[in-house]
Design a protein around this ligand. Sequence first.
Ligand SMILES: Cc1cc2nc3c(=O)[nH]c(=O)nc-3n(C[C@H](O)[C@H](O)[C@H](O)COP(=O)(O)OP(=O)(O)OC[C@H]3O[C@@H](n4cnc5c(N)ncnc54)[C@H](O)[C@@H]3O)c2cc1C
Length: 473
Amino acid sequence: MERDPFVVIGGDAAGLSAASKFRRETDRDVIVFEKGRWISYAHCGTPYFVEGSVERLTDLLSLSPADAEERGIDLRRGHEVVSVDPDDRSVTVRADGERFEQPYAELLVATGASAASGPFDPALDGVFSLHGLDDAAAIDAYLAPPDDYDRDRLGDGPVDVERVDHNAALAPPDRAAIVGGGYVGVEMAEALSARGVDVHLYQRTDHVLTTFGAAVGERVESHLAERGVAVHTDAEVQELVGDDRVEALRVDGDERPVDMAILGVGIEPNTALLDGTGVDRGPSGAIRTDEYGRTTLPAVYAAGDVATARHAVTGEERWVPLGLTANRAGRAIGSTVAGDPTPVGDVAGTAVVKAFDLECGRVGLVDPDEAREEGFDPVSETITAGSRSGYYPGGDETTVTLLADRTSGRVLGGAIVGRDRAAIRIDTLATAIEADLAVDELERLDLAYAPPFSPVWDPILVAAKVVNGRLDA
Ligand SMILES: Cc1cc2nc3c(=O)[nH]c(=O)nc-3n(C[C@H](O)[C@H](O)[C@H](O)COP(=O)(O)OP(=O)(O)OC[C@H]3O[C@@H](n4cnc5c(N)ncnc54)[C@H](O)[C@@H]3O)c2cc1C
């Protein structure tokens, strides 16, 4: 008798990476249940669609349903998995108003996350989160004057037409509030400015991009201000006000008029389908996984934004919902289930973001207090160095924060900001962290030098020199 299939829940980064790899390695059946109509889409590109630098919504698609079928994947769109029975090894699926049971030999939960709306009413017209292509299409339609809306930008995909039509019929906004200064908030500040909207960014702590550290946050705030974005730090939005459409927001007792709000107040892992199974959870309620992506339920794996992973610096369980983590873990689990056990890899929280002309990166532990809480004795320095030889045109000041442990010398993390290819330099630090390099070893790395690309001493090497000097002191 044919073995039950490998069942995957979720048809995006983690789920389809797993299914594709599995089918490359074996002839066994794999079924992917996706509750929506879109598959294999790039969340990460949605701010750039809204901005206008990505021409069509469908440019953000990678694998088509036909491609998936060609790979031998049994893809079922419009199929929501509502529960899992780990004793029976089956899932309950809802599709077209019906329910059915699907047995599995192995199960991958790759259900991602959903945008949180905090205390705000997301049903008001003009209030949006950005989590998926339908949100991007709705925001784009809302921004356009009704008689100037370019429907061709949607391309030929399964877009939520009713939602688009509703938003396209509304008068375009003059002033938008972005609630939350994380990376999506910063990217959307740039996108909405490009669409001619007066943008106000609200962040309840003292700096935007908190996980990138203060040196990055300060430079981003002044650059956003230079580019016309009003940045309000230490400003907590309490309420969005309006009957049908958002009209104002309440901040620290003040009412400020707006006709659009983007909520960037965080995401939550989609775990409801595992309620009642007894599966272990980790930080933020994400599904606990081991080094092979196995959950605490037999034959059940989890990957991507729904799952935890091991942190490369602390060795502790963390929830770091990012794109490469999802793709990489999915692919590894596809191999493991096909019979070739493959670790999903650690996460270092490596992240990059662009704010107009500024590029920012971060990796590992950036906050000295957090490093102390993790049991390290951090030495932290922030330096500024040129991005190219001083005599060569096009360079910019690049600011690097670097943390190392005084006891072991180990590189713990860092952040970088600058205009001239700063972000990608964070990969040097990510590699140092993965290789467990000490800061003196980082200082001795043979990094590339030629005037158009870097000064003799790359800014990362300058930071390593300075931190290493402090360790010896
Ligand atoms: C605006 C934005 C910008 C981003 N930019 C970056 C970036 O620049 N760099 C970066 O590294 N990361 C970025 N990310 C994060 C990155 O997109 C995610 O980490 C990645 O998409 C996670 O992949 P996933 O497969 O785990 O989840 P998802 O991509 O969310 O896919 C999960 C899928 O599961 C489906 N699903 C959920 N529940 C069920 C169910 N019960 N039954 C069936 N199907 C279900 C969903 O419909 C969805 O299609 C960004 C995210 C957003 C929202």
